[in-house]
Design a protein around this ligand. Structure first.
Ligand code: HEC
Length: 444
């Protein structure tokens, strides 16, 4: 048997990093010899790349809707754009859907414009209208809204379960009599500036209900794993992002009588925020064929990272049980994690990078979706390597001075969930119990 991995089925190098370190150029910004102006080029770049979050009522702390709001922060903006901190996007390798990185041309246009003193150009300065998005409602959308509002505290409180700070779980019952096929999920939050990340799991075990009932508040303080299903296994959504959408022809299968359990990761804003989340599930129309997305876990269940140390932790290998198409990856890690790499190793021992992040940010987690053209053959081995930095020089270290980090979690502490679909319909049965069985075996 030749290479077990069919590398470039889409005609482009889907996962491998292209030789240049830049995102592919976008055709709509013409290179020009003239200096950029707000009216001619910059307003459009800001509109496309920043406005989704930097608008009134958006996820970012300030809007960027007119010339002054951008020009007055020009140096700051130059810095975060130069360093790649904005727009938020963690993977280094290319090929994921909705890559937010600026193209080389966009970045150059912005930085030369800033260096030139942020000129407006001819005419009245353009004002950008914020389109909150999601206005088009399809008839196949099922909306779930928390019936009762809860609260996000004004600042971080002590958590009895160490390491679960600034995290709140909520449970939304679907009360579905039959199986649902969900192809996209959108999160509409009541507290856009506080809620950073929502890690989702569809739960038919009653775990979310149990946690919710036990806690007197609306929602609960606890990691929202449901049985053997780690939170995030049905998607991790970044606040201000476009939500999660599987490629055409794929769906998340939601068993009858399920609840949507969301682990919300927030950043306190200094005032009490009302918490009343809404999730919109887009269903696959009945007459459309679609394959269920299952999950393969790769991870570590227990870690011990002494204070003051840095290390590279490798997970055991997960062997892909049947031929699959990889449609996405979700990661959960610790705040002291600084990097993660996920690789596939074929029968010949050739390693291919599936995901590479060298500046992990706990506040910027999300599911990375592939355009469904990446096949992993049965027998492919998957491995993840996590770089952790438990020293005082890691600015993300929540403890100062650093403390020994000893953590165990039945569903994985450092975990990558590969979202995959069986290529052959018959193989789906074998795949559907794989993730849960793996967790059950390892977690004992
Ligand atoms: C997906 C949402 C999103 C997009 C898109 C986005 N930002 Fe941000 N931005 C944020 C959030 C959230 C913060 C607050 C970060 C924090 O407090 O850690 C932020 C903070 C900033 C800051 C302040 C940095 C700091 O250290 O506090 C600047 C400057 C900025 N963004 C510029 C931009 C620019 C310029 C663009 C477009 C090229 C952009 N952002 C696109 C969400 C976004």
């Amino acid at each position: 048997m030749g290479s077990l991995i069919a590398p470039f089925l889409c005609g482009v190098a889907v996962i491998a990093t292209p030789p240049a370190d830049e995102a592919p150029e976008r055709a709509d910004v013409e290179p020009t010899a003239e200096a950029s102006t707000w009216n001619r080029d910059i307003a459009e770049i800001v509109k496309v790349r920043c406005l989704g979050c930097h608008r009134i009522g958006g996820a970012a702390p300030f809007p960027l809707q007119d010339h002054a709001s951008v020009a007055n922060r020009a140096t700051f903006i130059g810095d975060v754009v130069e360093s790649g901190r904005m727009p938020p996007w963690l993977p280094l390798n290319h090929g994921f859907v909705g890559d937010r990185r600026l193209t080389a041309l966009e970045r150059r246009a912005l930085t030369t414009w800033i260096a030139a003193g942020a000129p407006i150009g001819a005419g009245e300065p353009i004002r950008l209208d914020a389109d909150p998005g999601g206005a088009e409602t399809s008839k196949n959308v099922l909306a779930l809204q928390m019936t009762e509002a809860g609260e996000i505290p004004e600042e971080s409180g002590p958590a009895w379960h160490r390491g679960e700070l600034d995290q709140h779980g909520v449970m939304l019952p679907l009360e579905n009599e039959s199986m649902h096929r969900v192809r996209a999920i959108r999160h509409v939050t009541s507290a856009p500036q506080a809620i950073r990340v929502a890690s989702l799991v569809f739960d038919d075990t009653g775990t979310g209900r149990y946690l919710d009932e036990r806690d007197p508040r609306v929602g609960f303080l606890m990691a929202a794993d449901a049985g053997v299903r780690p939170s995030g296994v049905d998607g991790i959504l970044l606040g201000g992002g476009d939500g999660l959408r599987w490629p055409d022809g794929f769906h998340t299968e939601v068993a009858p009588n399920s609840d949507l359990v969301a682990e919300l990761h927030y950043r306190p804003t200094g005032r009490i925020e009302r918490l009343q989340e809404r999730f919109e599930l887009e269903l696959v129309p009945q007459d459309v064929e679609s394959r269920p997305v299952r999950w393969l876990p790769v991870g570590l269940f227990r870690v011990a990272i002494p204070a003051g140390t840095r290390s590279l932790l490798s997970t055991p290998e997960t062997v892909v049980p049947v031929d699959v198409d990889l449609v996405g990856l979700s990661v959960r890690a610790l705040e002291i994690c600084v990097g993660v790499e996920v690789v596939a190793i074929d029968a010949d021992g050739v390693e291919t990078v599936l995901l590479e992040i060298d500046e992990w940010d706990h506040h910027q987690r999300e599911t990375y979706v592939l355009p469904a053209c990446r096949s992993l053959a049965r027998g492919t081995r998957i491995l993840a390597r996590f770089k952790v930095d438990n020293t005082a020089s890691n600015p993300a270290n929540p403890d100062s001075p650093p403390v020994d980090v000893r953590r165990g979690r039945r569903t994985g502490v450092l975990l990558v969930m590969l979202h995959v679909a069986a290529v052959e319909g018959l193989s789906d049965d074998a795949l559907s119990s794989f993730g849960g069985d793996w967790v059950r075996r390892r977690g004992q």
